[in-house]
Design a protein around this ligand. Structure first.
Ligand code: SF4
Length: 272
């Protein structure tokens, strides 16, 4: 299974994230229990500090357990458990660093955890069933998709692209035109945030590497971001590529007003 399939949630893409959540919950629960029990066994009495620490770790374990339940419910039943939006936000923003630390204990690279995180996120966005009018959808692209040799400035306005076909920008501009969606090129997180504030999209399809997708999804929450990994045949941040078919399948899945003759695509595409 390649990286992009993992990020789409194919096969075991999501399992790593859920597995790490489970291990983190068990670790916290175990530490909490040990913190509470050890002073009683060794010192023969209760310690309020140990009880407090034990309760704090126990609460953390319960929170992680609840997070797992929310994710599994949302994935299986295609909607949020009532009243869990905030907890899901906490899960997306707050749980990632501890999961990376736990993964490191098992020698799992951060990039793999990020890919699994994107897969879980994509699954949740797909399962939410949300769609958007094309004019309220945004495709956010990294600048490194533009071939290095091109001197045309597309960061301010991607329409400046001459569509010569030397890089994927030409195909993306064509997709944007056909679906009537807005495309923007961001050179970093700050610019991406500014574009989002200006455009006020309802759904974002973002193309980037594992690291930028992860931070972008966390930053934009609760705005739904469907992440598509770029390919880096020449190394990171240089002449990167993207599978245009994957972008089009996502568009067909999320645009609420499909182009004539595309109704069938939108029902089946993007694995939703
Ligand atoms: S398609 Fe051609 S004109 Fe457009 S950004 Fe790429 S190289 Fe430049």
């Amino acid at each position: 299974m390649d990286r992009r399939e993992e990020a789409r949630g194919a096969g075991g893409g999501k399992r790593l994230f859920l597995g790490l959540l489970l291990v983190t919950g068990l670790l916290l629960g175990g530490i909490g229990l040990a913190t509470w029990l050890v002073p009683q066994v060794w010192a023969g009495g209760e310690s309020w500090l140990a009880a407090l620490l034990g309760a704090a770790f126990g609460a953390g374990a319960l929170l992680v357990g609840a997070g797992i339940g929310i994710l599994v419910f949302a994935t299986l039943f295609e909607r949020d458990l009532p009243g869990t939006r905030r907890l899901r936000g906490l899960l997306i923003r707050g749980f990632f660093p501890p999961l990376v630390a736990v993964a490191r204990l098992f020698g799992i690279p951060k990039e793999k955890v990020e890919r699994s995180f994107v897969a879980v996120n994509n699954q949740l966005v797909l399962r939410s069933g949300r769609r958007s009018r094309p004019e309220r959808m945004l495709i956010l692209l990294p600048h490194c998709l533009q071939v290095d040799a091109c001197e045309i400035r597309i960061t301010g306005d991607i329409a400046n692209c001459q569509e010569c076909g030397r890089c994927p920008i030409a195909g993306l501009v064509d997709l944007g035109r056909r679906y009537g969606v807005h495309l923007s090129v961001a050179t970093g997180g700050t610019i991406a945030r500014r574009i989002i504030v200006e455009q006020r999209p309802e759904i974002i399809i973002a193309v980037a590497c594992e690291r930028d997708l992860t931070s972008g999804i966390q930053d934009a929450h609760p705005l739904p971001v469907y992440g598509i990994l770029n390919d880096r045949p020449e190394g990171p941040c240089f002449n990167t590529r993207v599978d245009l078919g994957e972008v089009e399948r996502a568009l067909a899945r999320f645009v609420s007003r499909p182009l004539p003759g595309r109704e069938k695509d939108s029902d089946t595409a993007a694995g939703g």
